[in-house]
Design a protein around this ligand. Structure first.
Ligand code: NAP
Ligand code: F7E
Length: 323
């Protein structure tokens, strides 16, 4: 039985990846850090909270990582832990860099020194591209131009991952994932903020949603589809970096129209107010990925459409709130 260690197991992707690997008959270990209010709700939502083995540790504490790697001796390590909210990264740039940047380096170093045969997956991000594009798209060859402390911390981790592969021959792969969402997406991210807000408005529990820049456009996919790509990257003969995306871009206005119309509301703009607190010091205007490499080499393709995804999220929030 293969063993996988997932950092960030309590987050959205950690939960979907754990479910995916359990279904592939892996023994799944999750690194969990000490926090006051432990929250296993994502794992519970997917019905797998009691199927994962937890190991104490924090990405910023190398001793705890050494202990985890030496105890588990995993075949595969998926580094999903992060301060993942771009907005917060301007308020907490040091914590963001400590966890996302140096934390990744500590984990790579730990694997190199104590269990170098483990295959390593790094959760890189389309945020690293900033506003740069190649013929209107972002792919593996598009130059990076990070525009937030979050993106910069992830770029450091990206290059460290490449460097450990090139310097020490370790199996280290970067998944450059574009935005991906689900019913267990954190409520501060715009898709879930909208699905939750629309469900509350429909049920008479709220009267408005306060948002920032409605002109932003993103390439949004389903987290459940994207974790398969993570796994496929570690099943290759050679480690490599892959863009994972749908190839389609939508605006926040389209997102709002789909979510509100799904609950029978056409005049959605009546329920939206603009709050400058949710605008960013430097914005990424539009992201559209090109997934040709992932299609050709991994045989990976997204399955759920944007519209299906948003409707699924609104339905899940309606159900949760009714309970
Ligand atoms: P998420 O829901 O915010 O989950 C983040 C996870 O990291 C949580 O389990 C959190 O644990 C853990 N964590 C934070 N700091 C830690 C630390 N110091 N030590 C150990 N664990 C720590 O993020 P996600 O959406 O699942 O994303 C997964 C990864 O993919 C992240 O690295 C993110 O930056 C990256 N990414 C995400 C997207 C996307 O669209 N979702 C796109 C590209 C890349 P607690 O429960 O203890 O807080
Ligand atoms: O913002 C705009 C906001 O916070 C999307 C993370 O998973 O994906 C995610 O980062 C867009 C931005 O995601 C609000 O300005 C408008 O243009 O949902 P988000 P993100 O910043 O794209 C990448 C790939 C990651 O790697 C990250 O970890 O929506 N927007 N109004 C708003 N965004 C939020 N959060 N809240 C608003 O009220």
């Amino acid at each position: 039985m293969k063993k996988a260690l997932i950092t960030g197991i309590t987050g959205q992707d950690g939960a979907y990846l754990a479910k995916f690997l359990l279904e592939k008959n892996y023994k799944v270990y999750g690194l969990i850090r000490r926090i006051v209010n432990r929250d296993f709700s994502n794992l519970e939502y997917l019905g797998i909270a009691n199927k994962v083995d937890f190991v104490d540790g924090d990405l910023t504490d190398e001793a705890s990582l050494i202990n985890a790697i030496k105890t588990i001796r995993p075949d595969e390590v998926y580094n999903l832990a992060a301060q993942s909210f771009v907005g917060t990264s301007w308020d907490q740039p040091l914590v963001t860099s400590e966890i996302n940047g140096l934390g990744t380096l500590k984990l790579l170093n730990t694997i190199k020194n104590h269990w170098p045969s483990a295959k390593f997956y790094q959760a890189a991000t389309s945020e690293m591209f900033g506003n740069s594009a190649t013929d209107g798209f972002q792919d593996e060859n598009t130059p990076f131009h990070p525009r937030s402390p979050y993106a910069i911390s992830k770029l450091f981790a990206y290059w460290m991952t490449v460097n450990f592969k090139e310097s020490f021959g370790m199996f280290c792969a970067n998944g450059i994932l574009f935005n991906h969402e689900s019913p267990i997406r954190g409520k501060e991210f715009v898709t879930r903020k909208i699905s939750d807000g629309v469900a509350k408005i429909k049920l008479g529990l709220a009267t408005e949603i306060k948002l920032g820049n409605l002109d932003a456009q993103r390439d949004w996919g389903f987290a459940g589809d994207y974790v398969e790509a993570m796994w496929l990257m570690l099943q290759q003969e050679e480690a490599d970096n892959f863009v994972i995306c749908t190839g389609q871009t939508h605006s926040i206005r389209e997102l709002l129209a789909i979510a509100f119309q799904h609950v029978g509301i056409d005049d959605w703009d009546k329920y939206i107010s603009i709050d400058p607190r949710f605008k960013r010091p430097a914005e990424l205007h539009a992201l559209t990925g090109k997934n040709t490499k992932a299609k050709n080499i991994l045989g990976w393709e997204p399955k759920l459409s944007f519209e299906e995804l948003i409707k699924m999220m609104v339905d899940a929030d309606l159900e949760r709130l009714k309970k």
